[in-house]
Design a protein around this ligand. Structure first.
Ligand code: TA6
Length: 301
């Protein structure tokens, strides 16, 4: 895949007054979006949505002040694209956590703007490096639409002649006033795997955060919302093509162990992830396609 310079990207894909490419944090190429509805940003590495702020609102996505922004390193925040596996590799702990999509160089395929908002589309195809990690042909596309809502779509195509099985997530980090003061609705009664204790449990009432929280809610397709009285808002996360919802906050000890996570930053974030996460798998026959979509909006409360 040809990697274009910022000048070439701007010549081909910039949209006057709405979208342009510039050096982002750490010098990583970034698309910056501004329109009547919102501001946004997407780091080309990993097709990584980093920022979404509807006009008149506080930023919706969270990112650590300690995040790496370096070639091949995951970004701590925004919406990492976890593919073709979620979490640790199922059999080889030496392979990168959450797969390779989030640290790969994606290609800008197109941009478009309308009175409703601005779209950017990126693509990822196999390389010798990805085939080494995962020996299957594929085609990925990531579409991010910045309007009054943020719509993120991961389109997965099995371009090979053999079926493949994957797990995946749009691993969204959200900015909240105080993690211990929010309530996450939409998962009531759902069965989940508590990855902290290893126990299979069932959710009673809304999810509240008061300790390390790392839960994979299975067979959940409902919209979730993060009720945040401190910011006077709820963040609503609707989805399509996803049967798992992951809720994560590292809390005190794990945040302190993570090099790219400030010791106190757990207080201002929570992940509500749009996923198909183990034990769920997604098997695509040759030629099949699947779309994993998150639709994120903010409402006053
Ligand atoms: O989504 C929750 C999780 O799987 C946690 O177990 C934690 O590892 C988190 O993802 C972050 O993973 P990362 O590889 O980005 O540090």
């Amino acid at each position: 895949m040809e990697s274009l310079s910022l000048d070439q990207l701007n010549q081909r894909h910039a949209l006057e007054g709405h979208l342009h490419f510039a050096p982002g944090p750490g010098g990583l190429p970034i698309a910056r979006i501004a329109n009547a509805q919102a501001e946004g940003a997407l780091v080309l590495q990993g097709a990584h949505v980093l920022h979404f702020q509807p006009r008149g609102q506080q930023p919706v996505l969270w990112a650590s002040q300690h995040s790496f922004f370096a070639p091949g390193r995951p970004i701590r925040g925004g919406i990492p694209v976890c593919w073709p596996w979620f979490g640790a590799h199922p059999t080889d702990p030496g392979k990168p956590g959450h797969g390779f999509a989030r640290t790969s160089a994606w290609e800008v395929l197109g941009t478009r703007t309308s009175p409703e908002g601005t779209l950017i589309e990126l693509g990822l195809l196999p390389s010798p490096a990805t085939l080494e990690l995962w020996p299957h042909p594929f085609s990925l596309r990531l579409r991010a639409f910045f309007g009054t809502q943020l719509r993120v779509e991961l389109h997965i195509h099995n371009s090979g002649d053999q079926p493949f099985s994957i797990s995946a997530a749009l691993h969204s980090y959200f900015s909240v006033s105080q993690a211990s003061a929010i309530a996450i609705s939409g998962l009531e009664g759902g069965a989940y795997l508590d990855k902290v204790s290893g126990a299979p449990l069932r959710q009673e009432g809304p999810v509240r955060i008061s300790e390390e929280t790392d839960r994979v809610y299975q067979d959940t397709t409902a919209e979730c919302s993060i009720e945040d009285p401190g910011l006077g808002r709820r963040i609503c996360i609707a989805k399509q093509g996803s049967r798992s919802t992951v809720v994560w906050n590292p809390w005190i000890a794990k945040a302190a162990r993570l090099e790219d996570f400030g010791d106190q930053e757990y207080r201002q974030m929570v992940c509500v992830e749009t996923a198909n996460a183990p034990p769920a798998q997604l098997t695509l026959p040759p030629g099949a396609a699947h779309c994993l979509q998150a639709l994120i909006r903010v409402e006053p409360i």
